[in-house]
Each structure stands twice: as structure tokens, then as C-alpha cells.
Design a binder for this molecule. Structure first.
Ligand SMILES: Nc1ncnc2c1ncn2[C@@H]1O[C@H](COP(=O)(O)OP(=O)(O)O)[C@@H](O)[C@H]1O
Ligand SMILES: [Mg+2]
Length: 156
């Protein structure tokens, strides 16, 4: 686990648990962080589907910070989970960019590029993106934890 490798700072705060990691911008850390988050979220009643969506979104945010930030500085990662929701923030101190209309909708057809941010939006209940060219990018991704019976009644 990355926690063991880099100093996992997971603290219970009231009924919440917070995980903080500093991630070197190297591709291998994407999977390690997803595994750490899955372990961190255990015991809070998150269904497998919800967790899968959340990890998908988090993975895209980390992949972008690794791929596009253009800096060797560590990525700051934080994940807070309580009985109601799980929220992650991914902050890099890289080149930043100007979000445009193209970063809100999925590209048509087989286009490989430009899917990450639309996927993050689609897989989250809470989403915020702030990027300042020359300064860096911060992304917030959150999901409300629905109890199993709520999921069932929402689907019917
Ligand atoms: N952390 C980041 N730092 C700098 N640029 C970013 C960052 N995240 C996203 N971008 C910019 O937004 C674009 C869209 O991101 P995304 O939807 O994930 O598509 P993709 O990664 O396939 O290009 C990227 O191509 C990049 O130009
Ligand atoms: Mg991407």
C-alpha cells in the first residue's frame, strides 16, 4: 500500500476518516492510490458499484495530474469518508489549463482523448474543478453513500 510506502496519514475525525497522501507524478501510483482508497473506504457502507464509480473518477483525476501537470512536484491527495459521503481532492502544482466546453461532454465516437473529465463528472455527485494556468489544478470528486434499500427504491 502507498500508505506504508509514503507515510499513510489516515485519521478518524469524529465519525469521519481522512486519508492524506503525497503522490509522485508517476503512472504506477494510480493503481496504488485506488487500492488505498478502497481499503480506506471499507466499513462505511459503500456499495461495490458506488465504490467502482468513485475509484474510476479518482483514477482519471490522478491520471490527469500525472500526465498533464508537467511538473515533478508531488500531487496532494486527500480522501474523507463518513457515513454520508466520500470526497476526494486531487491537487497538483503544475501548468494548469483553461477548462472549456469540451471538458464537460463526452467526445463523440471513438475519440480516445478528452474522456477523463466527462467521466469524472458522470461518476460523481459532487464535482468541482479549478485550474489556474501556471499555478496548478484542483479537483474535488464526491459521492453520497446510499444505503442498499435507497438504491433499490430509486431504481424502481
Ligand atoms: N491536472 C491537469 N493539468 C494540466 N492540464 C490538465 C489537467 N487535467 C486536465 N488537463 C487538460 O484537460 C484536457 C482534458 O482532460 P481529459 O478529459 O482527462 O482528457 P485527456 O486526458 O484524454 O486529454 C487534457 O488534455 C489537458 O489538456
Ligand atoms: Mg485524462
Amino acid at each position: 500500500m502507498l500508505g506504508a510506502e509514503l507515510g499513510n496519514d489516515a485519521k478518524p475525525t469524529g465519525n469521519a476518516r481522512v486519508l492524506r497522501l503525497r503522490i509522485p507524478p508517476q503512472p504506477r501510483f494510480g493503481k496504488i492510490v485506488r487500492d488505498d482508497v478502497a481499503a480506506h473506504a471499507a466499513g462505511f457502507g459503500i456499495s461495490a458499484t458506488q465504490l467502482e464509480d468513485f475509484l474510476f473518477a479518482v483514477g482519471e483525476a490522478i491520471a490527469n495530474a500525472i500526465e498533464h501537470s508537467g511538473t515533478a512536484s508531488a500531487i496532494e491527495f486527500r480522501c474523507r469518508v463518513d457515513a454520508e459521503k466520500i470526497v476526494a481532492t486531487v491537487v497538483d502544482a503544475g501548468r494548469g489549463f483553461r477548462p472549456s466546453a469540451t471538458t464537460t461532454t463526452l467526445p463523440i465516437g471513438l475519440t480516445e482523448r478528452g474522456r477523463g473529465i466527462p467521466i469524472m463528472r458522470a461518476c460523481s455527485d459532487i464535482f468541482a474543478l479549478r485550474s489556474v494556468p501556471g499555478r496548478g489544478t484542483a479537483i474535488v470528486i464526491g459521492r453520497y453513500i446510499r444505503l442498499r434499500h435507497e438504491e433499490t427504491s430509486a431504481a424502481s
